[in-house]
Design a protein around this ligand. Structure first.
Ligand code: C5P
Length: 398
């Protein structure tokens, strides 16, 4: 497959030297690469380096007649199918987030209509400054993909967050999002436990940490999907690029999912939804002496079964946590709830499952199954999503 035209824009930080290696790797992967630089970047690495690596003239001035003759900035912006700014300094990030266009790089950013990624690189204090973080957030809201930075030793002798991602990592992220298995797909995911109130201070809940659902949401974005995550109460950070809807009870989760699920291509029910709630929520805190040993319960609606009943239902994937007879219970659940697929895992074993960072899954569908061995939840999430994409494709083309 013909790879894209990448316009690599280099701004003036010490990490500019890594952009030479990045150019070489992008070329090696088959991308057509052109390079532009800011004036200060040319003080770190010469344009000649990039010219030699790409075989094309390197532009660094906006108002230079010769450069505009070779390929004007608007043509350069049109040529680009992806604009990658690496390294992106605090100054360039600030200018981009405010729409300034007083040099070639920032003008190209405004003129480009293609996807834009930036690889920030700066001193850890500059990265941590709230104004830089605000600028990053506003670029994200404009759809700019932020690659890194990562933590480690810095050129200034300090150590912390702000190092540019290694060229190899940047390259891998770009090419994997291009071959993305879920490109253009809309995915709705539920995660975490629900809390069913007994009174204003007490509730019934379960051990779900939400880690699997969050890992699925993060991996789905990586695989090119647009993701909405409906999350019960968890101790996890919101994810970059994922629409988050916070809920508490099973009823709230139902209301956030059931009326909207038809707008999605895939629904994954990774939440551990409480099956029952107290029949009545007492409005005042129940005194210890009056607490009953039997709290009357009423059954919650089954969210995933309701999604599977929709006339134009998405591809529906459920989870099953079992302590015994894994396959039998999982397949039964899949049939009962009319799921397309079910991912089952053992609970109460030595490793994996609830509240753990690792997990193993056995995935079932009508007429098949696949085992995903014990691994980190982020990697497991990616494997499961690849399997979902494959099965969905087979179902749609059957
Ligand atoms: O029946 P069980 O709760 O074991 O089924 C688990 C699957 O069903 C999970 O995918 C879970 O998210 C979903 N579920 C649901 N609504 C409920 C109970 C479970 O969507 N009320």
């Amino acid at each position: 497959m013909q790879k894209k035209n990448i316009l690599l824009a280099v701004s003036g930080g010490i990490a500019a030297y890594k952009a030479a290696e990045l150019t070489r790797l992008l070329k090696k992967q088959g991308y057509a690469v052109r390079v532009v630089m800011t004036e200060s970047a040319t003080r770190f690495v010469t344009p000649l380096t990039f010219q030699a690596l790409t075989g094309h003239p390197v532009h660094h001035q906006l108002l230079d007649v010769d450069e505009e003759n070779a390929m004007g900035h608007i043509n350069l912006a049109r040529w680009a199918e992806h604009l990658l700014i690496a390294p992106a300094t605090a100054n360039i990030i600030a200018k981009m987030s405010h729409g300034l266009a007083d040099d070639l790089l920032t003008t190209l950013y405004l003129a480009a209509e293609c996807p834009v990624s930036i690889a920030p690189a700066m001193n850890q204090a500059m990265w941590g400054k709230s104004v830089t973080q605000q600028n990053i957030r506003s670029l994200m809201e404009c759809g700019v993909q932020i690659l890194g930075p990562e933590a480690g030793d810095q050129a200034c002798g300090e150590s912390g967050m702000g190092r540019m991602l290694e060229p190899e990592k940047i390259c891998n992220i770009l090419s994997s999002s291009e071959n993305a298995a879920l490109k253009g797909k809309r995915i709705l995911i539920s995660a975490g436990p629900t809390r069913e109130a007994i009174d204003p201070v007490r509730f019934i809940s379960n051990r779900s940490s939400g880690k699997m659902g969050y890992a699925l949401a993060e991996a789905a974005v990586k695989l090119g999907a647009t993701v909405t995550l409906v999350s019960g109460p968890v101790n996890l950070m919101p994810l970059t690029g994922v629409g988050l809807v916070n809920v508490e009870s099973a009823e709230q989760m139902y209301n956030a999912i059931a009326p909207n699920a038809h707008e999605y291509d895939i629904y994954i029910g990774a939440a551990a939804v409480a099956d029952y709630r107290p029949a009545e929520v007492v409005q005042q805190k129940i005194k210890k002496q009056l607490m009953q040993s039997n709290i009357p319960l009423t059954q919650n609606k089954d969210i995933i079964a309701a999604v599977a009943e929709l006339p134009n239902r998405p591809f529906v994937v459920g989870f099953a946590a079992e302590t015994d007879d894994l396959e039998q219970y999982a397949r039964h659940k899949m049939r009962n709830k009319k799921l397309d697929m079910i991912a089952a895992n053992w609970v109460g074993r030595e490793q994996g499952g609830f509240d753990s960072d690792v997990n193993a899954l056995k995935v079932f569908w009508q007429g098949g199954d696949e085992t995903l061995a014990m691994m980190d939840k982020p990697l497991l999430a990616e494997r499961l999503l690849e399997l979902i994409a494959k099965r969905m494709h087979e179902k749609n083309t059957a």
